[in-house]
Ligand binder design. Structure first.
Ligand SMILES: *Cc1c(COP(=O)(O)O)cnc(C)c1O
Length: 347
């Protein structure tokens, strides 16, 4: 039996997608569902989005793409960001990142131009080669030319304008095609960053695409862990590895069945509270692999089998948890691991 429960609101994901469609005037909006939809479950989320009218999906790998195709059936575009190196896939759309990949493909593809990320995509030098040898694109139908922004969550960052300029120049060297530019944060950068197809991931899942400003997205996730045992300890007794927490009064400790193997890092020691029916329980002692301990001394009616909320309406959103962990919401979600039971609220 899982001691962790993720409740995922597919209706909220769909409403977030619609909000992004409203923001991204003129162009379509895809859904990036790589890494199992940032840990929340690619199949139920992509199915809900498809039913709401989403026609384009992005994944990171062929394996992710094949699993999604089996679930969604024929119809929606499923594009694989890492390309396929040397082979064409009959059911998926390749994102081509190099001249070698272009040589190995025919048919409908997406060309990825590196405008400043220096990660994947055709570098400007390869674009020159492509311009010199246009027959390389014979037999290729370019569905989109795409690029990826490196600093879109910082609206004032000079890379944003520089990347758009480089990308527009690069597109002049390529056959005319539709364009795909913005990730979640890029959609909020204004009309220069609009294109024929936006590629949001994080914002669909409730992560704030405009850090430092109010979150325009709806939360999607509730995370709860189950209490396994309650224990009364006298003052002077310690809790957990290293004896790092010392009871200074007669204390009641609630042990919960989640730990760092579930993506809740040790760094949360001394920072986190859990919520039980609007009572706040401080995390005490070290986070173990499968267990965490909370001070339940002042908490009424808690018993083994009850659930503490760690992310959700009574505690904090994903970004709030990320701040406690010293990371970003993306990492919190993708770290959650496979031991949770995932329950879906239908759209
Ligand atoms: C992950 C990814 C996205 C989605 O980015 P978010 O910031 O989650 O919206 C878009 N495009 C590419 C190429 C990506 O790798």
């Amino acid at each position: 039996m899982a001691h962790g429960l993720l409740t995922i609101d597919c209706g909220a994901v769909v409403r977030n997608w619609r909000r992004l469609c409203d923001m991204h005037r003129g162009g379509a909006v895809s859904a990036v569902v790589k890494a199992n939809a940032y840990g929340l479950g690619a199949v139920p989320i992509a199915t809900a989005l498809r039913d709401a009218g989403c026609r384009h999906f992005f994944v990171a790998t062929v394996e992710e793409g094949e699993a999604l195709r089996d679930a969604l059936g024929e119809g929606p575009m499923i594009a694989v960001l890492d390309g396929f190196r040397a082979r064409q896939h009959p059911r998926l759309t390749s994102v081509l990142n190099s001249l070698d990949e272009i040589r190995a493909h025919s048919g409908a593809v997406i060309l990825h131009v590196d405008s400043g990320m220096s990660r994947l995509g055709l570098p400007l030098s390869e674009l020159e080669a492509l311009a010199d040898e246009p027959t390389l694109l014979d037999g290729i139908e370019t569905l989109y030319v795409m690029t990826h922004l490196a600093a879109a969550e910082e609206a004032e960052h000079p890379l944003n304008a520089a990347q758009i300029e480089r990308f527009n120049e690069a597109c002049l060297r390529l056959p005319r095609a539709r364009r795909s530019i913005a990730n979640s944060s890029g959609i909020f950068l204004g009309p220069r960053f609009a294109s024929d197809l936006a590629r949001p991931g994080a914002a669909l899942y409730g992560i704030n695409p405009t850090p430092g400003q109010p979150n325009p997205m709806e939360p999607v996730l509730r995370l709860e862990g189950q209490v396994l045992q309650l224990r009364d300890i006298p003052p002077g007794q310690t809790v957990g590895y290293g004896g790092s927490w010392l009871a200074t009064r007669p204390s009641r400790i609630a042990t919960m069945g989640l730990g760092y193997a579930d993506g809740l890092p040790r760094r949360l020691e001394g920072r986190l509270t859990g919520d039980f029916r609007e009572q706040k329980l401080p995390l005490v002692g070290r986070v173990s692999m499968d267990l965490m301990t909370f001070d339940a001394t002042d908490t009424q009616r808690i018993r083994p089998g009850r659930w503490l909320e760690l992310i959700g309406p009574n505690t904090r959103d994903v970004d709030g948890m990320a701040e406690l962990c010293g990371t970003i919401g993306y990492e919190v979600l993708t770290a959650l691991g496979s031991r949770f039971r995932r329950e879906y609220i239908p759209a």
